[in-house]
Structure formats: structure tokens, C-alpha cells
Design a protein. Structure first.
Ligand code: AMP
Ligand code: MG
Length: 337
């Protein structure tokens, strides 16, 4: 009898030990998954997308996300596909995929809200400045610029909701270079969410970045804000959960002429690249908005940048050519120097 009791005590102990070992295994695996992200980089849209993903399904989620980035590139690029079809048929209605229709509709909302500063039909002007696909930039003749700018006196993009039709005015070209990266980042955000990911950072070439949740230990993602000219940081932005930061800068594509720098960010009202600013970053709820609005704020010259940001209810900052950062109200609060 005594013997039997001792035996069952031993069995009880070994079951307990096994449970403890299995529990420890899962705790360690869980901690490891929380602390070690999957990090993946893919080249698309002329830049590197880097995804940092924590969680059990991170590998599969990263694969799907990378495919999605390439799909968005196909949908939005001007060289082939639906955007090229619109550009090759000026003055005519072109039926486009529903998704592209909605992206254009959203772009036109921002066009209105920024008083035309964001102009998705800027393609011909961008080409004139030599910043088309793989172009290196050149100074156009003033009369060529004036001719392009005069086209924007009237609305140049028409949308037909029923047929998902788009029509562009002759002389203009659609160019989604100021919105495609942000859109791709938002699409990745949705895919990761759907796959149950709760902590990730989606970085589209440093110019479109969105946080998915916080870092695994609850602190916000930190984004180093690089100074556009000096080898130093403006500060570190604590990116609030699920928000996005978009950056436009004259360091991305530009050429020099007689000591002056001309970038790919063109003010549709003047036809010239904005030259009184070197970098703009804005903080918004989605990456697609951040992408469009950083471009719009960049090209809004004079003293219009802070009033435009505040009128839109967004936070951000810009750096003038003298290297000075100018912050909208409350943006500085999110920055550690
Ligand atoms: P981003 O780097 O996001 O500011 O976008 C720059 C790209 O947007 C340029 O390479 C052009 O393709 C396009 N772009 C330039 N100026 C404008 C503008 N005023 N509105 C919309 N897109 C623009
Ligand atoms: Mg942009």
C-alpha cells in the first residue's frame, strides 16, 4: 500500500515537471517572438520598403505584404497599366479598376483641400523638368512652363462614378508618384492587421512610414528625423500607434543649375520647384494622406505651410534652406531632441 502511494507521488511529480517544461518552452518562445521581429526589405517604386514585424505569423504576413507592394506598383505606375492608358487617351473616358478609381477620388479630395497644391495631373510638368522615369532633371524654357501652368486654370481630371471612368485633359499627364508609396504602406498595414499582427513598422523608403500598434513592450515606435543637409538628427519622433508620417525633401531627386537646386517637387501654380524649403514631414492618420500632404505642404510656398497644416488639422514641420526647422503647434511635443 505504502509502495503504491510512493509510486503515484513520483508519477505526479514527473507530470508536473513535464507541464513546467512545456509551459517554460511556450513562455520562452512567446518572449522570443515578441523580442525578435522579422525584418524584410524589398525594392519597389524606386525605393526600399522595409517591414519590421513582430508576432507568430510574421513570416507569412511579410510574404503577402511584399506581393502587395509589387501589385500596387503595377496599378499606379505611369509606364504601363491603367495610368498609362489614361495618359495615352487624353480627352477620352477610360474605365479603370475600382481601386484606382477610389485612389484618384481620394487624390482629388486632397487636391481640393490643398487649393490645388497637390496635383495628380502634374505628369507633363514633371516630364518637362526632366524628372520622368529615370530622368535626371533639366531646366525648361519659361514659355514651356507657362503653357503647362495655364492648363491648370480649369479642372483637368474628370471622374465618372457610375462607370469608374477617368478623363484627363489634353496636354496633361497623370502622375501618382506623390501618393503611390503611401497607398502601398496603408495596404500593407491592412494585410498585417488582417493576419493578426499587433506590432509592426512599415517603412516605404523613409518617406512614408506607418506604425501598426506600438512596439511589443507598449512604447511608441521611434523614428529618427534626419537633417536634410547635415549629418545629424533634427530629433526622434515618437510615432503614435497606427499613425503615419510622410516626408518630402529636395534631397530625393534634384539637379543643380548655376548653383541653384531644382527638385522634383513642383508647385502647379508657378510651374517651378519650390525652393524656399528643403524638407517637410507631416503626421496623419493614414500613410496615403501623409504622402499627398507632405508633397502639398512642400510646394505651398511663402508663409502658407503652417496655416495649411493647421487648417487641415495635421501636425508637422518643415526645414528652410538655412537649416532651421519650423514646427506646427504640438508637433514638437512628439519629438525628443
Ligand atoms: P513625394 O516624394 O511623395 O513628395 O512625391 C514626389 C513625386 O510626386 C514627384 O516625383 C512627382 O512624381 C510627384 N509630384 C511632384 N509635384 C507634385 C505636386 N505638386 N502634386 C502631386 N504630385 C507631385
Ligand atoms: Mg508625397
Amino acid at each position: 500500500m505504502v509502495d503504491i502511494i510512493i509510486k503515484s507521488k513520483k508519477t505526479g511529480l514527473s507530470i508536473l515537471t513535464a507541464i513546467l517544461i512545456i509551459t517554460a518552452f511556450f513562455i520562452v518562445r512567446g518572449i522570443n517572438q515578441r523580442l525578435k521581429p522579422v525584418q524584410i526589405t524589398r525594392f519597389s517604386m524606386g525605393t526600399f520598403f522595409t517591414l519590421t514585424i513582430f508576432g507568430a505569423n510574421a513570416d507569412a504576413a511579410a510574404d503577402e505584404a511584399c506581393q502587395e507592394i509589387l501589385r500596387v506598383e503595377k496599378l499606379t505606375n505611369s509606364r504601363n497599366g491603367p495610368v498609362a492608358e489614361i495618359n495615352n487617351n487624353p480627352g477620352q473616358w477610360v474605365k479603370v479598376p475600382e481601386e484606382l478609381y477610389f485612389l484618384l477620388q481620394q487624390s482629388m479630395v486632397i487636391h481640393e483641400k490643398t487649393n490645388g497644391a497637390f496635383q495628380p495631373a502634374i505628369g507633363a510638368l514633371v516630364n518637362l523638368w526632366g524628372f520622368g522615369y529615370e530622368g535626371e532633371g533639366r531646366l525648361p524654357k519659361p514659355e514651356q512652363i507657362a503653357e503647362q501652368v495655364s492648363l491648370f486654370d480649369k479642372p483637368v481630371i474628370s471622374l465618372d462614378k457610375k462607370s469608374h471612368g477617368i478623363r484627363i485633359s489634353p496636354g496633361c499627364q497623370l502622375d501618382l508618384g506623390g501618393v503611390a508609396k503611401g497607398y502601398a504602406v496603408d495596404r500593407v498595414y491592412r494585410i498585417l492587421r488582417r493576419r493578426g499582427i499587433r506590432h509592426a513598422l512599415i517603412n516605404g523608403g523613409d518617406s512614408s512610414i506607418r506604425a501598426l500598434g506600438t512596439r511589443p513592450w507598449g512604447k511608441p515606435w521611434r523614428i529618427a528625423l534626419a537633417h536634410p543637409r547635415k549629418k545629424e538628427w533634427v530629433g526622434v519622433l515618437q510615432l503614435p500607434a497606427d499613425m503615419a508620417v510622410g516626408t518630402s525633401a529636395d534631397t530625393q531627386r534634384y539637379f543643380m543649375h548655376q548653383g541653384k537646386r531644382y527638385s522634383h517637387l513642383i508647385n502647379p501654380r508657378t510651374g517651378y520647384p519650390a525652393r524656399d524649403v528643403i524638407l517637410v514631414s507631416v503626421l496623419t492618420k493614414t500613410a496615403v494622406e501623409a504622402d499627398m500632404l507632405s508633397t502639398a505642404v512642400f510646394v505651398s510656398e511663402g508663409g502658407q505651410r503652417i496655416p495649411l497644416m493647421e487648417g487641415l488639422g495635421i501636425l508637422g514641420y518643415y526645414v528652410t534652406p538655412d537649416g532651421q526647422p519650423h514646427f506646427s503647434k504640438d508637433f514638437r511635443r512628439l519629438i525628443q531632441e
